[in-house]
Design a protein around this ligand. Structure first.
Ligand code: ZN
Length: 179
């Protein structure tokens, strides 16, 4: 992962004279051009998403749930994330796009879709998370996010109870857990 970071950074962060810049842009593959406009924190965030996806084998939704838990101040570990999550989690689309973006930047080809084990479970009877002010990208202080998390966190393991590899559904829907 460090190698990937270094390589991607090197690919875009060479010192460039202004007159060279336009030529540089042609040299940089389109899959990596977003890095020119990326901040350090953005790249670190997306590399972590990519790491969780590739190294920990988490689905996009599970990664989004980890990010929510961090935002809510109760970080969950990858092994504490239920295997099946039958609700839409705020930010899961952003996670999917970020993982695909990093993959494309590394391999210079689009990520192959439809790898069976990485497909999220269908959400059951619940509308997608939506905040009137922030869409899917609520901040920690958003009331909409806080009330959502309050309901969801009741169905999650506490930070000390280690593994829970069952299922969670939206707390307002039916909760099912694999025995
Ligand atoms: Zn919000």
């Amino acid at each position: 992962m460090k190698q990937i970071r270094r390589a991607l950074w090197a690919a875009t962060r060479q010192q460039v004279e202004p007159e060279e810049a336009s030529q540089m842009l042609e040299v940089i593959p389109p899959e990596r051009r977003f890095l020119l406009y990326y901040r350090d924190a953005q790249l670190d965030r997306d590399l972590e998403r990519y790491r969780l996806y590739t190294h920990e084998g988490l689905r996009f939704r599970a990664i989004a749930l980890i990010e929510c838990s961090i935002q809510a101040g109760r970080p969950l570990k990858p092994e504490q994330i239920p295997r099946t999550i039958r609700m839409l989690v705020p930010g899961e689309n952003a996670v999917r796009m970020a993982v695909q973006r990093i993959y494309a930047a590394v391999y210079l080809k689009p990520m192959v879709k439809g790898r069976r084990r990485r497909i999220d479970a269908p959400a059951e009877g619940m509308p997608p998370y939506h905040c009137e002010k922030h869409g899917q990208d609520c901040s920690k202080s958003c009331e909409r996010f806080q009330s959502w998390w309050k309901r969801v966190s009741r169905t999650l393991p506490t930070p000390t109870t280690g593994k829970l590899r069952g299922e969670i559904a939206h707390p307002e829907g039916s909760l099912r857990r694999r025995a």
